[in-house]
Design a protein around this ligand. Structure first.
Ligand SMILES: *[C@@H]1O[C@H](CO)[C@@H](O)[C@H](O)[C@H]1NC(C)=O
Length: 311
């Protein structure tokens, strides 16, 4: 009746340019992941080169992650002692798996799993762990950090928060978060952690409440956790908060290739890793153990010869 009775039509102004403004939504609005960012500029406007233009972004800061870790430039720091991993052996600590739109994230039950020591200076609660990868190709390399300019097939990030801070406080604090990064590499002879990774990857398509009995220790297997690199960095996804004390372990977790291939195959995301960032005069420190570069065969030789001599 409005147009008919008044004889006036099209009484609305055309939409205007945003001119850099943002439209916000209340949390109850179910949006596709708020401000769409992505890893590939063919998929969206906000690829890693443009993450810094997102609202509230720190992505162009001076302590960004990931980095290319050079073993010869790392400085030995004797304060980087052994970690204490509390409840890493708990088989019911994983709560559920979620598809974040960019990766798969396994959420842990609150205040159950903790880590301290390792030069961290605080107790940190494990919140979640998630993964970075490239594709299901046989030679796929998709880790975020590099080690001596080498990229690994995948990377696992165990994200922890200072226990004495709320999450909101932690993301605004220079050491509010601590992430434990593990490279992942293919193992051809069946590694002992295979059953755990089978159970974990079983949740990639369902995204359900986690009911399998898998501990973080089960997933890490027998990887050496005494040798690691430490630096001050950031989250590797927007808003790239510069709140992360990074630990990158020297030795990769060994996982069967077919199980690593499940991540790109089931999740259908590819190349979910951020390019390496500038150092901006930061130093990477290393635990004393990681600095010794004596090849294993030499150690074995020395050990066996001293054994012979002592007999
Ligand atoms: C990180 O930054 C803090 C505060 O500036 C500093 O005390 C600490 O030594 C830094 N740690 C590393 C690993 O660079």
């Amino acid at each position: 009746l409005f147009p008919t009775k008044t004889d006036i039509t099209n009484v609305y102004r055309p939409t205007q340019d945003l001119n850099g403004r943002w439209v916000y939504a209340s949390p109850a609005v179910q949006l596709p992941p708020a401000y769409e960012w992505c890893y590939d500029k063919l998929e969206c406007e906000y690829d890693p080169e443009h993450w810094y233009t997102l609202p509230g972004s720190s992505c162009s800061g001076t302590r960004q992650s990931p980095l290319d870790i050079s073993s010869k430039d790392a400085v030995v720091n004797t304060l980087l002692d052994e970690f204490h991993f509390q409840n890493f052996d708990h088989k019911n600590a994983i709560n559920y798996a979620i598809n974040t739109g960019h990766t798969v994230k396994y959420m842990l039950k609150e205040d159950m799993v903790e880590v301290w020591g390792g030069g961290l200076g605080h107790v940190y609660s494990v919140l979640q762990f998630h993964f970075h990868w490239a594709s299901d190709a046989a030679d796929s390399l998709g880790s975020e950090h590099l080690y001596n300019s080498k990229r690994f097939p995948m990377e696992m990030h165990i994200v922890t928060k200072r226990k004495d801070l709320t999450l909101d406080e932690a993301v605004m604090t220079g050491n509010g978060l601590a992430v434990l990064g593990f490279f992942m590499e293919e193992e051809t002879s069946q590694p002992s952690n295979t059953e755990a990774w089978k159970l974990l990857t079983g949740y990639l398509s369902t995204m359900a409440k986690f009911s399998a009995e898998v501990s973080i220790d089960d997933l890490l297997g027998d990887v050496d956790r005494g040798m690691y690199y430490r630096y001050n960095g950031s989250l590797t996804t927007p808003s790239c908060n510069e709140a992360v004390v990074w630990t990158v372990f020297k030795y990769p977790i060994k996982v069967e290739k077919s199980l690593m291939q499940m991540f790109p195959t089931k999740m259908e995301y590819h190349n979910v890793y951020r390019p390496v960032q500038d150092f901006h005069s930061r130093t990477i420190y290393t635990s004393a153990a990681a600095a010794s570069n004596l090849p294993t065969f030499l150690v074995l030789l020395l050990l066996s010869s001293s054994h012979v001599l002592s007999e």
